[in-house]
Design a binder for this molecule. Structure first.
Ligand code: CO
Length: 135
């Protein structure tokens, strides 16, 4: 494959249990990982098996986090897409050299100890894009 795989699609939700139950009921997707990340004031859950494109559910744990503001403004729904890359630092350096507007210029720890970084939606016609390097 000469392009990065779509790793996951993330949905901003108000109630992880309700949405996880819905996807299990409709499509048999099982909740395989759940984690609270206090530095980002979110709880997240992954549905589906690692190795397949998964769904990520994100719920704000405070009223003033970025995801809380997203929910307030836009309601529940798609939040970002994520591509898996082999060398996130190199990918970020390449994008930066091309003048792509980044939210994270350096990788930071995300769910399950993976390294993540976000590209600004202004650089991608309104879609927030995450890069993830699996540990
Ligand atoms: Co994500």
């Amino acid at each position: 494959m000469d392009h990065p795989a779509l790793d996951h699609i993330a949905l901003a939700v108000a109630d992880i249990d309700a949405v996880a139950a819905l996807y299990e009921d409709l499509f048999g997707l099982k909740l395989t990982h759940r984690e609270q990340i206090d530095s980002q004031q979110v709880e997240m859950a992954f549905l589906g098996e690692e190795g397949a494109t998964r769904l990520e559910l994100i719920r704000p744990t405070t009223d003033n986090s970025g995801v809380a503001r997203f929910l307030e403004k836009r309601g529940e729904g798609m939040h970002h897409i994520a591509f898996a890359v082999e060398d996130i630092a190199q990918t970020l350096a390449d994008l930066k050299a091309r003048g792509v507007q980044l939210i994270d210029e350096e990788p930071r720890p995300g769910a399950a100890g993976h390294l993540v970084a976000f590209i600004h939606p202004k650089a991608a016609h309104g879609t927030l894009i995450e890069l993830v390097q699996h540990r």
